[in-house]
Design a protein around this ligand. Structure first.
Ligand SMILES: [Zn+2]
Length: 390
């Protein structure tokens, strides 16, 4: 069996030095903080987080790099499409994470408070109040503004209400989402805030900032409207990214990133041994096989690469026994190719179940560095022979 690291070093003998120098906790935080603190209910991304992301890439000086193309609202679909390489639609690797966060529709007031319909899986238990905000689109200002603040509460019968602070009437067309500013404990690595799934997006963006210097064809599809309600079929949520993927030729690899549950709650299992802070997580199957699934060929390559990367300071860990949810890239990517990998960061309280969402910065750094390695690996003869059988 050929070793993988020498193949990666063929791209650049200094690759792993670059990854250590350019993908750091501080640089990651410089993207994560402003993005996480920008509210982005589903369907608002082009006016909210996509604009911030564009500014951050411009601040970092690589927005106008000749190998980079950034589209903050691909054909009006709401998705960010960031591409590397000269070809238009032939991208060999798709890297996917979602920019939108969970949100709620507002129903007519009952006794001074507003019933909410979740555009997401609602996990907040009875008795917990979650500080939240209602956003509306201002036709005058041409941007989203806060219409009011208040709390989300869950009643014993399961109904959900928004209890506003002020007297400002609220209405349909406005969307409610959580508000919590990102915090980072540099000692433990714990970050807490609106991280689902901006904590998946930012490692991919940093990976792009490195990969732009190599001869690769990669699509970063950073979607809007991954979140949605529970239902019997796949497509009640994970609607967003299909709107961009369908325009592209079939890829060799889909790299799907979202939070992987660190909790054992609601019938979902935590990983057997893996804990937050121990590295990026890779899993074989989403939603017990209903979501994306990874073929055995590709899974063996992942295990081998993980073993080779560990001594180089990139912790890529097999998620054994943990429940991994379906997500945009898995559900939609598998409709175009079998060659899907499910990457993530262990995360608690993804939908503010008992507290604002947590993840670990150390895992996000490993995830970003690993993303670079996967993209380069997918462009090698080894990958073609093993995974594509060509
Ligand atoms: Zn998510």
């Amino acid at each position: 069996m050929t070793d993988i690291v020498p193949l990666l070093n063929k791209w650049d003998p200094m690759l792993f030095n670059r990854l250590r120098e350019e993908i750091t906790e501080d640089r990651l935080y410089s993207y994560l903080k402003p993005l996480s603190d920008t509210a982005a209910p589903s369907q608002t991304v082009p006016w909210t987080r996509a604009r911030v992301l564009r500014q951050l890439i411009e601040r970092d000086g690589w927005l106008h790099h000749p190998n980079v193309h950034f589209d903050g609202n691909y054909k009006g679909t709401g998705n960010v499409a960031l591409t590397l390489g000269p070809k238009f639609t032939e991208k060999r690797v798709w890297m996917i994470a979602h920019l939108d966060e969970v949100s709620y529709f507002i129903e007519p007031a009952v006794g001074g408070r507003y019933p909410l319909t979740p555009l997401c899986y609602h996990f907040i238990p009875v008795g917990r109040r979650v500080r939240s905000q209602a956003l509306e689109y201002s036709l005058d200002k041409r941007e989203y503004i806060v219409a009011g603040y208040g709390d989300i509460v869950t009643e014993k019968d399961g109904t959900i209400f928004f209890e506003p602070e002020g007297k400002q009437p609220l209405r349909a067309g406005q969307r409610v989402c959580f508000c919590h500013e990102l915090t980072w404990d540099r000692t433990t690595g714990v970050v807490q805030g609106s991280l689902d799934d901006i904590a998946g997006v930012v490692p991919l963006v940093l990976a792009a900032s490195v990969l732009k210097d190599y001869d690769v064809e990669v699509l970063f599809a950073l979607s809007d409207e991954e979140e949605g309600p529970a239902g019997a079929g796949n497509q009640t949520f994970c609607r967003g990214v299909a709107r961009v993927l369908n325009d592209y030729d079939i890829p060799d690899l889909v790299f799907d990133v979202d939070g992987h549950s660190a909790d054992s709650r609601g019938g979902k299992a935590a990983p057997d041994t893996l804990k937050p802070g121990q590295g990026a997580s890779f899993a074989e199957k989403g939603s017990q096989g209903r979501g994306g699934i990874t073929p055995p060929t590709l899974y063996e390559l992942e295990r081998k690469m993980a073993a080779e990367l560990r001594p180089l300071g990139i912790d890529l860990q097999e998620n054994v026994g943990g429940y991994v949810s379906r997500t945009d890239g898995g559900v939609n990517g598998m409709m175009r190719t079998a060659n899907v990998v499910l990457l993530g960061y262990l995360s608690s309280d993804a939908h503010y179940d008992t507290q604002p969402t947590t993840a670990n910065m150390k895992d996000l750094v490993s995830l970003a560095r690993a993303a670079v390695c996967y993209a380069l690996l997918a462009h090698t003869d080894l990958y073609r022979e093993v995974v594509l059988a060509r």
